[in-house]
Design a protein around this ligand. Structure first.
Ligand code: AMP
Length: 280
């Protein structure tokens, strides 16, 4: 695996890659099986796969979260080598934000008003900045993103659509622990007890799916699941909502493909997850 720490070196290398398909998996490191599945998929679908590891300060609205974000770079390199990723881009702050590559901006209005938007001011702007810079450097044909960050996929799709990037966004299903907990770098900040308790998040999502499939009305599902979360003193609920998976609108009558989205705090760690309710 080639490791690039300098943007210019990657660009020069990339210029020589002609007539091959390029896959790209952007990450913030502390890699787990969820990340590795994206890399494996990219390897299956492309001739050459780049992975980036960059903890992007611009997308952290909470300074403490940035400070506490796990960093396990040696382990990450070994994991990527073991699945034969072709190249790793490991830039520092100045390699990304040096004014040589101008980030794109989009008007996020709606996506900033719902779910994660108001809870994490500036987060999606930071995501758009770093992803647009990384796309310009790596110039992939396909880029792989996890549906665990459901709203982020929508943001990236809007970016690609509005800026006419010639890149296919490939949303990938959420990889879970055996107990249902969605894998996340932030899970390493939970105690063993916390990891067990956190399996309730998936149970609440599954419960909403069962209720939906029994024909129970969406407002009733929301009330019941919220009630259960509030009864559990280990969790602080940030939001639990059911929206349309395509548009993320929440007008009940218009929801064709419902997705339940949840954010909670457990042991001071913010965890998010989601589940489409009409899937088999
Ligand atoms: P992060 O390092 O958290 O920025 O995540 C990098 C990419 O991995 C993003 O596209 C995430 O959505 C994706 N990802 C994170 N956790 C999972 C998971 N459990 N299953 C699938 N993809 C994931």
């Amino acid at each position: 695996m080639i490791i690039f720490t300098k943007t210019q070196e990657l660009i020069q290398f990339r210029e020589k890659q002609k007539n091959i398909s390029i896959g790209f998996v952007p990450t913030m490191g502390a890699l787990h099986q969820g990340h590795l599945e994206l890399v494996k998929r990219s390897k299956q679908e492309n001739d050459f796969t780049y992975v980036s590891i960059f903890v992007n300060p611009l997308q952290f609205n909470d300074k403490k979260d940035l400070e506490n974000y796990p960093r396990t770079i040696e382990q990450d390199i070994k994991a990527l080598q073991s699945i034969q990723a072709d190249a790793l881009f490991l830039p520092d702050f100045n390699q990304i934000y040096n004014n040589q590559i101008v980030p794109d901006e989009i008007d996020l209005t709606y996506l900033n008003l719902i779910l994660e938007g108001p809870k994490r001011p500036g987060h999606f702007e930071g995501v758009v900045k770093v992803v647009s810079i990384l796309f310009k450097i790596i110039q992939p044909d396909k880029a792989y993103f996890g549906l665990k960050d459901f709203q982020q996929v929508k943001v990236i799709q809007q970016l690609v659509r509005e800026k006419n990037y010639n890149i296919t966004i490939v949303p990938c299903h959420t990889v879970r622990e055996e107990n249902g907990l969605a894998m996340s770098s932030r899970n390493t900040r939970l105690s063993e007890e916390g990891k067990k308790k956190a399996s309730l998040i998936y149970k609440w999502l599954l419960q909403s799916k069962q209720m939906y499939q029994k024909g129970i009305a969406i407002p009733e599902i929301i009330n019941e699941v919220k009630h259960q979360i509030h009864q559990n003193k280990d969790f602080i609920l940030d939001y639990f909502e059911i929206r349309d998976a395509d548009t993320l609108y929440d007008n009940m009558a218009g929801i064709k493909k419902p997705v339940a989205l949840i954010a909670v705090y457990l042991e001071g760690v913010r965890l998010i997850d989601n589940l489409e309710l009409s899937d088999n």
